[in-house]
Design a protein around this ligand. Structure first.
Ligand SMILES: Cc1ncc(COP(=O)(O)O)c(C=O)c1O
Length: 306
């Protein structure tokens, strides 16, 4: 089964809507009037969701984005402009690894805004304690949706190495739920990922008045993110095509297609026992589909044309 977090409601939906509910809740409670966020490229889902959420609660949004050599003006870039997001451009980091320049730019912008009498809230990264808390809430929601059916899953697959995975892991452990939670990489595996996530889970547990019941070794991330961030693999194009043509389900090329491919791979390596059930969490990101027309024509539409 599929948990449709691509239908969360803001803009074209996606995981970041849940995060923004909690983050902007804190920003509003602190009396802030502008959120500064971002860090990704021009196709950032995070940016689109931040601006959409800020619009909804009446805050301004200033988004720091990386200028890339082969930027695509369609897809999320277009949605971002439609939503009216204000952008500060910085130099590019194709692997999405360097947070330092984005963070420095966010703080510089915050200084400038404070000097002009504004009250900025800085969200340096979506890997934030409140983002993890948001996905503890999603765990409760999902369990409520499946608890009374015979279909309670035994495995949950989610395209995340961050807050989404952390929240499902923490929520499932706190509630003693009977499923295995498997994260799926959306970029080549990077060192220190589990450690950073474990720290965010501890911060989330502490925000809930609890201690972290998970060890770093409890974090399982299946490597499915090749060949590079935002670049599809043979498997991810096949996964995108299979989801569309067998289930009528649209995946995005950057995140969920890679995740879906990683789930297939794991299911082949560890076939489910009879009676086992699997849930795939669709984290959204559908705006990006429209920025990948050429690749979709080459890798999905043409090979399968009849
Ligand atoms: C559609 C989509 N899925 C998954 C992810 C990955 O989430 P995480 O930050 O939890 O690794 C993102 C992150 O931007 C996303 O936009």
């Amino acid at each position: 089964m599929v948990k449709r977090d691509d239908l969360t409601g803001l803009a074209l939906g996606g995981n970041k809507s849940r995060l923004m509910e909690f983050i902007l809740g804190e920003a509003v409670a602190q009396g802030c009037d502008v959120i500064i966020a971002g860090g990704g490229g021009e196709q950032s889902n995070h940016a689109v969701q931040c601006v959409a959420a800020a619009n909804k609660v009446g805050l301004d949004a200033l988004i720091v984005l990386q200028r890339r050599p082969a930027a695509r003006s369609n897809g999320n870039a277009l949605l971002h402009e439609v939503l009216g997001g204000k952008t500060v451009w910085i130099d590019s980091d194709p692997d999405m690894q360097d947070r330092t320049s984005a963070s420095a730019s966010m703080h510089a912008e915050a200084e400038r805004l404070r000097a002009a009498g504004r009250r900025p809230y800085i969200l340096e990264s979506s890997l934030h304690a409140l983002s993890v808390v948001a996905y503890v809430g999603a765990t409760l929601e999902l369990y409520g949706q499946v608890a009374d059916t015979l279909a309670t899953p035994t495995r949950m697959y989610v395209t995340s190495e961050g807050a989404v995975l952390g929240g499902f892991l923490l929520g499932s452990r706190l509630l003693g739920l009977p499923w295995e939670v498997i994260g799926l990489d959306w970029r080549p595996t990077q060192s220190g990922t589990e450690g950073r996530l474990h720290k965010a889970i501890s911060a989330a547990a502490s925000a809930l008045g609890l201690s972290n019941p998970l060890a770093e070794d409890d974090i399982v991330i299946h490597p499915s993110g090749g060949p590079a961030y935002g670049v599809g693999s043979t498997q991810s194009w096949k996964a995108l095509s299979a989801a569309a043509r067998l289930e009528g389900l649209i995946l995005d090329p950057v995140y969920t297609a890679k995740g879906f491919a990683g789930m297939f791979e794991d299911l082949q390596e560890r076939p489910p026992e009879p009676g086992e059930r699997v849930v795939f969490v669709h984290t959204g990101g559908l705006g990006a589909v429209f920025a990948y027309e050429a690749e979709l024509r080459r890798n999905v539409i043409k090979p399968a044309s009849r």
